[in-house]
Design a protein. Structure first.
Length: 255
């Protein structure tokens, strides 16, 4: 028997939530938008955490890309902000270590998806007094399961990590330090966990789980379509069966 639960995410891109990231913005290979600049068709510039591509050539415009959809096409987030969007297929990457600090208000759950790191250290502290309330180190490298695995096998990292049951407190800052030779964080979700009374054993009729297709399809001159861009992702469309009362509670909680 298992309990059904969900985490209501907090917008980590809201003003004042992300207080520090060791990833610069713009990062290496990213070019910021400049007011009044000259741009050619296909130029990519960053603004306010996202990448924008110029539809055509223009110059002298002072309207920011987020408010100029006629000239700019909004694309993926920048490297710094990729781990905070709603998709695990866009990832923040770093070499050696990656540190972020956030002040999301009250929360009790932290999730990581699409994670590649040797270790993760989470610390809760009071940002006014700098007093540390809690810290924990997670070893993300899977241990050897046999002698053969120990001597000849590889040691892949766990891709997901969950920590919950934090006690809500005031003036809390969460610091997360990822370590490893090559680090990639697909999605970091911070929020509040809701447990539902509904329990069931095994799959029930009507329950499905399907990978969500994040690919973009383009058509050639003959009408044939092919996928481009992100060819696979870990986002899932999950459907379960539950009672009317639990369904109403879930709907109210999400919407």
């Amino acid at each position: 028997m298992s309990n059904f639960s969900l985490t209501l995410p907090i917008d980590l891109t809201a003003a004042g939530v992300l207080t520090y990231s060791s990833v610069s913005d713009p990062d290496a290979g990213e070019t910021p938008w400049v007011s009044g600049g000259t741009y050619a068709k296909g130029d990519v510039r960053t603004y306010s955490g996202y990448k924008y591509t110029a539809y055509g050539a223009f110059a002298g415009r002072t309207v920011t890309p987020d408010n100029d959809p006629v000239n700019w096409n909004k694309g993926a987030p920048t490297n710094r902000m990729a781990m905070f969007d709603s998709s695990a297929t866009t990832a923040t990457t770093a070499t050696g270590s990656l540190t972020v600090r956030i002040r999301p208000g009250n929360f009790d759950s932290v999730h990581f998806y699409g994670l590649q790191a040797a270790g993760v250290t989470m610390t809760l502290r009071n940002y006014s007094t700098n007093a540390v309330y809690w810290t924990k180190i997670f070893d993300m490298i899977r241990p050897a399961l046999s002698l053969w695995d120990y001597f000849f096998g590889s040691y892949p990292s766990y891709k997901n990590q969950l920590q919950y049951s934090f006690v809500p407190s005031v003036n809390i800052e969460l610091e997360v330090v990822f370590t490893g030779s090559q680090i990639s964080v697909g999605n970091m979700v911070v929020g509040n966990r809701i447990d539902f009374a509904q329990t069931w054993g095994g799959a029930q009729f009507g329950a499905t789980i399907t990978p969500r297709d994040n690919r973009v399809y383009v058509a050639d001159d003959f009408g044939n379509s092919r996928p481009v861009g992100l060819l696979k992702g870990v986002d899932l469309d999950v459907r379960v069966m539950m009672s009317n009362n639990d369904a109403a509670q879930a709907f109210d909680a999400i919407f």
